[in-house]
Design a protein around this ligand. Structure first.
Ligand code: APR
Ligand code: PHB
Length: 389
C-alpha cells in the first residue's frame, strides 16, 4: 500500500488530522490497534476551546457539535465554603464549549467513513521504518497478515503508550516529566449537573470537580490516593466524599445516582522534545501529557493538529518546506504554556501529602488573589479559554 501521510493512532488527533487533510485532497491511511467500539468506550475529556471548534468546522464535522454542545462563559472556583465565579467572557472575551470527547471522536469516525477514508482497525505490531530518510514506511499486521505502507510522511498520533515517540532515538529525544502524588477518581452518572457551569473545589479534604456532558449526564471527580482502586469506592462513599468537598449549598443540591462509569486516572505533566524526527511528526498525547485540571489534553492535541495540517498543506499545495521544518518549535511553544497553566492549576487546587501550614496559607492567598484581582482573573481566563494558535 502507499499513501501520502500515514497516521498511527485513530484517536482524536489522528482522526482530525486525517479528515482535515482529506478535505485538501491529501491522501491518508489511519492505523488503529483497537476496535472503533473500544476507542469510543474510553471516557475522556469534555471541554473544548474555540480553536478546536474552528478546526472541527474546517473539517466539516461540527454540525452535531454546534447543535448539541453547551456553551460555558465561565467557571466556579470554591475554597472550602466560599465559591466565586471567573467569567471567560468578561475577562477574555470568549467562552468554552462542553462536548464529550466520545461524541467528538464518533463524529470524526462517521465523517471519515462517509468519505471512504481508509482506517485499519485492530492492526498489530506497528513499526516505523526509515523515518529519518525521504522514503519512510510502516510495517504492521492486519488479520494476521504482514502488511507494509510506503508514505511521504508519518504522523505519530498514537498517544502516550504508542510507538511513535519511542521511534525517535534516545540520543535525540529529551523528556520532561512531573508525576503528581495522587489520582482522580471519576464517575459518570445519568443525573442533572449540580450547576450550569463547572465547579473546581479546593477543600481541606482534597480536590473535587463537578463537570458534565449534557443536562442529563454529569461527570464528577475527587482527588484520591494513588493506591486507591475504583472498587475501593462504592457509589455511596463517592457521593458522600464529594459532598464533603463542596460548599454546603452545592452539596445540598447535588443529585446522586448510580455510576455508569468509574475509573481512576493518574496525573502527570510530560513533554518530549523534539516533536519531529526526519519525516515523523508527533501529535497530541504521543508527545505530551497534562494533568486534567486545566482541561488542556484534548485542546493541546488540537493545536498540534492545526500546525501539522497547515504545514503539510504548505508542503503539498504550496511546495514550501518551511511549515514542516518549524513544526516542532511552533507546537512546543504553545504546549509548554498549556503545561505551565495545567501545572499551576493542579498546584493551586489539590492537597499535597507534604504540605506545611505555610504552604496551605500560600495556596489560600493565591486563590484569594484570583477571586479579588481582575488581572489575575484575566490571566486565568485567557489560559483556560485557550491561548492563540
Ligand atoms: N498502533 C496503532 N494505534 C495505536 C498504537 C499502535 N502501536 N498505540 C496506540 N494506538 C492508538 C490508541 O488505541 C488510541 O486510539 O492511538 C490512539 C491514541 O489516541 P489518544 O490516546 O486519545 O491520543 P490523542 O488522539 O492524541 O488524543 C489526545 O484524547 O486520549 C484523550 O484526553 C485524552 O488528551 C488526550 C486526547
Ligand atoms: C471533564 O468534564 O471530564 C473535565 C472537565 C474539566 C477538567 C477536567 C475534566 O479540567
Amino acid at each position: 500500500m502507499r499513501t501520502q501521510v500515514a497516521i498511527v493512532g485513530g484517536g482524536p488527533s489522528g482522526l482530525l488530522l486525517s479528515q482535515l487533510l482529506h478535505r485538501k485532497g491529501v491522501d491518508t491511511i489511519v492505523l488503529e490497534r483497537k476496535t472503533r467500539e473500544y476507542v469510543l468506550s474510553r471516557i475522556r475529556a469534555g471541554i473544548l476551546e474555540t480553536g478546536f471548534i474552528d478546526l472541527m468546522r474546517e473539517a466539516g464535522v461540527a454540525e452535531r457539535l454546534d447543535r448539541e454542545c453547551l456553551i460555558h462563559d465561565g467557571t466556579h472556583i470554591a475554597l472550602d465554603q466560599d465559591m466565586f465565579h471567573v467569567s471567560f467572557q468578561e475577562s477574555a472575551g470568549r467562552s468554552v464549549v462542553v462536548y464529550g470527547q466520545t461524541e467528538l471522536t464518533r463524529d470524526l469516525y462517521e465523517a471519515r467513513e462517509a468519505a471512504d477514508g481508509k482506517i485499519l482497525y485492530e492492526i498489530g505490531d506497528a513499526q516505523i521504518h526509515d523515518a529519518n530518510t525521504d522514503k519512510p514506511y510502516l510495517t504492521f499486521t492486519s488479520d494476521g497478515q504482514p502488511r507494509r505502507i510506503d508514505c511521504d510522511f508519518i504522523a505519530g498520533c498514537d498517544g502516550f503508550h504508542g510507538i511513535s515517540r519511542k521511534t525517535i532515538p534516545l540520543e535525540v529525544r529529551r523528556e520532561y516529566e512531573k508525576v503528581y502524588p495522587f489520582g482522580w477518581l471519576g464517575i459518570l452518572s445519568q443525573t442533572p449537573p449540580v450547576d450550569d457551569e463547572l465547579i473546581y473545589s479546593c477543600s481541606q479534604r482534597g480536590f473535587a470537580l463537578c463537570s458534565m456532558r449534557n443536562q442529563q449526564l454529569s461527570r464528577y471527580y475527587i482527588q484520591c490516593a494513588l493506591s486507591d482502586h475504583p472498587d475501593d469506592w462504592s457509589d455511596a462513599a463517592f457521593w458522600d466524599e464529594l459532598k464533603r468537598r463542596l460548599p454546603g449549598e452545592q452539596a445540598e443540591r447535588l443529585v446522586t445516582g448510580p455510576s455508569i462509569e468509574k475509573s481512576i486516572a493518574p496525573l502527570r505533566s510530560f513533554v518530549t522534545e523534539p516533536m519531529q524526527w526526519g519525516r515523523l511528526y508527533l501529535c497530541g498525547d504521543a508527545a505530551h501529557i497534562v494533568p486534567p485540571t486545566g482541561a488542556k489534553g484534548l485542546n493541546t492535541a488540537a493545536s498540534d493538529v492545526h500546525y501539522l495540517y497547515n504545514a503539510l498543506c504548505e508542503h503539498y499545495l504550496e511546495k514550501s518546506p518551511e511549515g514542516l521544518q518549524a513544526y516542532s518549535d511552533k507546537a512546543l511553544a504553545r504546549i509548554w504554556k498549556a503545561e505551565r497553566f495545567s501545572w499551576w492549576m493542579t498546584m493551586l487546587l489539590h492537597r499535597f501529602p507534604e504540605q506545611t501550614e505555610f504552604d496551605l496559607r500560600i495556596q489560600r492567598s493565591e486563590i484569594a488573589f484570583l477571586k479579588e484581582n481582575e488581572s489575575a482573573r484575566k490571566v486565568f481566563a485567557e489560559n483556560y479559554a485557550g491561548l492563540p494558535y
